[in-house]
Design a binder for this molecule. Structure first.
Ligand code: MN
Length: 244
């Protein structure tokens, strides 16, 4: 399977596979859509490559976990979406569009779950970075101090929230207007649907940590908080919320 570019921090999945030749009946419609600036490609979504090697997050997150988590779980969400939208009006839509289109449609719950999980996972991979100290950008640090008092308080709140999330879900640092907040979402739910701008995600599904930490979610969360969060990515996302 082809993969997206590593350096592209955009969350949209874009296909690198060529579109199938349109049939005679759809050629005119496709040409009109191209002329109108609407993307006319019905190319399937593609699993983007991890932004680092599979062993880059060891020992907190092993290469075996990443191989399964990205190569099997995340891939399965993408494959399921492609299977479900094939031949429908939803074919070719990017993930965020699929999420918004299906969120309020009970009959589309399976497609929603797969699209939201795929989006959340892309965000999660970018929320992590290989081990190594990285200073927090001054603008982000000011926001953290204003909203939580200190980085230490933010980490304590995020850790506590992650432990309180019952069952599968996600821990998030989000921007809510001018304020930063810690929230959790259940199952595939995503801050996009709640008017919030995600800055960092922590996957709390057991498949994210069970191989490396068994049932010790606190140990996994602490390792992510202390060693792996990508504060540069969070700062970029925060800057984007202020310029959009
Ligand atoms: Mn996961």
């Amino acid at each position: 399977m082809s993969q997206g570019t590593l350096e592209n921090a955009s969350i949209s999945i874009r296909s690198t596979t060529p579109s199938p030749a349109p049939s005679a009946g759809t050629a005119t419609k496709a040409a009109k859509e191209r002329a109108g600036g609407i993307h006319a490609s019905n190319s399937p979504l593609v699993l983007k490559a991890l932004p680092y090697r599979e062993d880059a997050l060891e020992p907190a997150i092993s290469a075996r976990t990443l191989a399964l988590h990205h190569g099997q779980h995340h891939r399965a969400y993408i494959d399921s979406i492609n299977r479900m939208v094939a031949g429908t009006s939803l074919a070719g839509r990017p993930l965020e569009s699929l999420i918004r289109a299906t969120a309020a449609m009970p009959a589309q719950i399976e497609l929603f779950n797969n699209a939201a999980q795929a989006w959340n996972h892309e965000f999660y991979w970018q929320s992590l970075r290989p081990r190594g100290a990285a200073p927090v950008a001054p603008s982000l640090q000011r926001s953290i101090d204003a909203s939580f008092g200190s980085m230490q308080s933010l980490k304590a709140e995020l850790a506590a929230a992650c432990m309180l999330q019952f069952g599968s879900g996600w821990g998030w640092l989000v921007a809510d207007g001018n304020k930063l907040r810690v929230i959790t979402t259940s199952n595939a739910d995503t801050p996009l649907l709640h008017g919030l701008k995600p800055l960092l995600a922590i996957d709390l599904w057991e498949h994210a940590y069970y191989i490396d930490h068994q049932n010790r979610r606190a140990e996994y969360v602490a390792a992510v908080l202390d060693q792996l969060l990508n504060w540069d990515f969070a700062a970029q996302k925060l800057a984007r919320t202020r310029h959009s």
